[in-house]
Design a protein around this ligand. Sequence first.
Ligand SMILES: *Cc1c(COP(=O)(O)O)cnc(C)c1O
Length: 378
Amino acid sequence: MPTRVVLKNLTRQHGTPLFVVDHDVLRRNYAEFKRYLPRVQAYYAVKANPAPEIVRTFYEAGASFDVASIGEFRLVYENIKDLPAKERQDYIWDKIIYANPIKDRATLEELDRYKPLVTYDNLAEIGKVRKHAPHAGLALRIRVPNTGSMVELSSKFGCAPGEAADLIAAAFDAGLVVEGLCFHVGSQCTNFDNFVQALNMSAQVLEEAAGRGCKLELLDIGGGFPAPYDGSVSRFRELARVLNAEFSRLFPKDLEILAEPGRFLVATAATLVAEVIGKADRDGKRCYYLNDGIYHTFSGVLFDHCQYHIKAFKKGSTQLCAVFGPTCDALDTICQSEPLPELNLGDLVYSEHIGAYSHASSTWFNGFPPAKVVHINR
Ligand SMILES: *Cc1c(COP(=O)(O)O)cnc(C)c1O
């Protein structure tokens, strides 16, 4: 996190609420990912935070990208388009995966000319891709355990492992090429067994497909890599050790392995600074009102099941307080019992590690605009 002095100076210049993205931290997170998982190419999952500045920094660091809508595809494409023309011809698979198993027709038609790599998990999608994006390569998404992950995804996507070989054969029969498998263990996955089971299931599917004459080239292990929210030792390194051991045990050396980290790369890189705009005592509890809340940068409290802590710049003895956002909705509650010192109107507070799934899902509800974004150390 930038020092408190830096944060205060930035708010003097830009006002509040202010979302401060530190690009040194982005680069450090990417370097850590590569260092501990050297065999894996990282496709940054843009939905975690789609700021073009972030896309450029990761691109310069060597990352590729996971997009899940045509808007995200265009955003990435536009921000890496100063590549030499020749590289642009064949970089697309190396640089972008379209990782939403469900795509509408217009999206497929626009994607087709880039010969994209897209994911699928059902028969209807094969027909659609064949018709509207015949030049696409495919990756089959399989359903894997999401037990204990902060955000669960397995109810929405992924074929049953037992259907996988049939779905691979069906795509080849339709004249398409299946390049590989993919899965997602659920976001902020601290139960490493999900990864272990997913890798073992993948190895079985690859073997079964090979037995039916379909040799796949790549395995996409998705996202879910845990961000160190509580500031404790990185659990990512422990996870990486487990993954590397399974890679060498289960897969041939020439299998291309990629991943789609979102949260891990951006969560710790942003800090939100907000201002106390109201103060009341209700039923004996101190209530503070901030100029940012659940409909804005703290959207993750609702959509991402992520509880952020509010910290004061001021020192002093604390009491448990409720902290609310600025809108007229009671849902706009950031926390019910945060230890805070005595604050006055106009005092600043901040929240760390708020880079992922936060500003990205900010709305204009009630006429309050999203927080202003500043990028430092670019
Ligand atoms: C959201 C998402 C990701 C990123 O997940 P994190 O938990 O943020 O790493 C990766 N891949 C797919 C397909 C996703 O939907």
